[in-house]
Ligand binder design. Structure first.
Ligand code: NI
Length: 223
């Protein structure tokens, strides 16, 4: 399931992130690309050990933890990887698929990828995130502070930046629910559950729906 998560970061959090990134040192992005993606990855990213980068990452992970849409649609077991990337003029990330396994020796699986946009669309030209599907492709350039979550299984690319600077945080999640269609069914049911509660309160129907969701979680979750 591909979906947008608006306003992951509040305005003051976005300002904090931006000012930290202004002080952070960026290095060549090829260092964290898979061997087959290195030739097409032309960007920069904050070094993993950088303290400003660590502060930013903690802030983003906390913002995603409290985001109900992200939590119910992705069901994260762990956000195991997060990169803070910068694309200057001429930089791009050519067509690739994300590594299935990440995290060094820990071998976390990437089920869902996300890009949190940190630059306003008016600050740069080009730099669209393009997601491919079987018969078309779709470009995305979201508001600063909003995120696009998409299946890690997809082929995608970042178009060359032709003006300005594109800052993003890119992350990867291992979900508690491995199968994407199971995850989508749980999301739909949870959406109905919340909606029926808001409209009618704790009815017998609400209780049955809650029971089914809980039992599907017992069936599908890989702890
Ligand atoms: Ni990617």
């Amino acid at each position: 399931m591909l979906f947008q998560v608006p306003n992951v970061l509040a305005a003051d959090e976005l300002n904090q992130v931006r000012s930290h990134l202004e002080q952070a040192k960026f290095i060549d992005g090829k260092l964290t690309a898979g061997w087959y993606a290195k030739p097409v990855k032309r960007n920069q990213q904050v070094q993993a050990s950088n303290s400003a980068g660590q502060t930013v990452k903690s802030l983003i992970i906390e913002a995603l933890r409290r985001n109900t849409l992200f939590q119910t649609a992705v069901r994260p077991r762990r956000i195991h990887s997060l990169l803070l990337s910068r694309y200057d003029i001429g930089m791009e990330y050519g067509r690739h698929t994300d590594n299935a396994l990440m995290g060094g020796d820990a071998f976390w699986r990437s089920d869902v990828s996300f890009t949190l946009f940190l630059s306003d669309p008016s600050e740069y030209e080009g730099g669209e995130l393009v997601i491919e599907s079987a018969d078309n492709e779709q470009p995305y350039k979201l508001e600063a502070g909003s995120a696009l979550a998409y299946p890690s299984t997809s082929l995608h690319r970042v178009n060359p930046v032709t003006k300005g600077i594109r800052l993003v945080a890119a992350g990867w999640v291992q979900s508690l629910v491995r199968d994407a269609s199971d995850r989508e069914m749980l999301f739909d049911l949870e959406t109905v559950r919340r909606s029926t509660f808001a409209q009618h309160g704790k009815t017998p129907e609400f209780d049955l729906l809650s029971k089914s969701i809980a039992n599907l979680l017992r069936k599908w979750v890989e702890p």
